[in-house]
Design a protein around this ligand. Sequence first.
Ligand SMILES: [Zn+2]
Length: 313
Amino acid sequence: MSSTVFDRPGLQGAKKVLKGFAEGASGGHAVLFYGIEGSGALECARELALTWLCPQGGPCRECPVCRTFEAGRAVDFQHVAPWGPSSMIKLDAIRPGQKPTSDPYPGVPLLEFFRSGPLMARTKAVLFEKVERMNPSTANALLKTLEEPAPFGRIVMTTSELGRVIPTVRSRCLCVACELPDQAEWAPADEVEATFGGTPGLVDRVRAHRPAFEELWNLLGQLDSAPPGAAMALAERMRKVGEALAKAEGTSARAGHAEALRCLAQWASHRDPALAIEAVEAHRLVLGNANAGIVIDALMASQAQRARAGTLG
Ligand SMILES: [Zn+2]
C-alpha cells in the first residue's frame, strides 16, 4: 500500500480531524487546511476528500472509488488549482463563464458539478488548492455553496496564506492547522535539505531532485566571491537549474525559474537580507509573468555590484 498522510511526521491536529471524519465523529461539509508550503495541507485535503468519497468509509483504498481517485480519474471529485498566466482561481470555476476567455477553466464549474448526485462515490467533493489565489468575485460566488451545498456536496480547501483568504470564506469552513513536526520527530538530513526544504513536503522534493538543488547550492556559494564578470554566467547557471527542475517536475519553465528564485530567497534569508528582499521581489515578478531571463540577469548583476562594493568598502 502506498504511504498516506498518517505516515508523515507532524500534522497532529490534522490527523485527529481526519480520523474524526473517517469514524463519523466529525461532521461538516467545508474544511480548510492551512500550513506553510510542504506542511502537508494538500495531502490532508486529498485524504479528507477520499474519506468523503469512499463508500466503505475509512477510506478503504481498495474499492473502485478509491482506486480511480488514486489514478486521478474519480468522476465524483474535482481538483481546482490556480490556472492560466495569472495563476488565479477565477469565476469560471464556480459558474459557467459569460464570455469566452483566453485561458478557460479546464474543469466543470462547481455549481454545475453539484447539480447532480454522485455516480459511484458516497458524496461529490471539490478540492480548491491555494484558495488565497481566488479573486474576490469568485470567493463571493462560492459563499452560498459553502453555506449550504447540495446534501451530497463537500468542499475542501488548502492555503499557505490564511491571512489572504477572505474572512467570509474562512468563517464558513472548519479551519485546520497543518503543524510541522518537532525536531525530535523529524529533521532535514543536511544543509541543502534544511535550506531549500525545511518542511517535510519540500524536503521530499529536494530529495527527489537532488542534483539540481546541489548545483543551485554550489552556485549560490560562489555569489560573494565570483569576479565581477561572472554575474551573467551565474545567472545562466541559475536559469538552467530552474529549467532542470521544471523538466523533472513536469511544470512550466516559468514555474521552474520561480522555484529557483524561491530557493535563492531561502538561502539568502539567513545570510544576506538585501539579497533575500530582491529575490522575493524577483520571485513575485516571475510569477506575475515578467521575463525570467531578464529578472534573473538583473538580480545577479545587482548582487555582483553589491558584493564588489562590499569588498572595496
Ligand atoms: Zn474505498
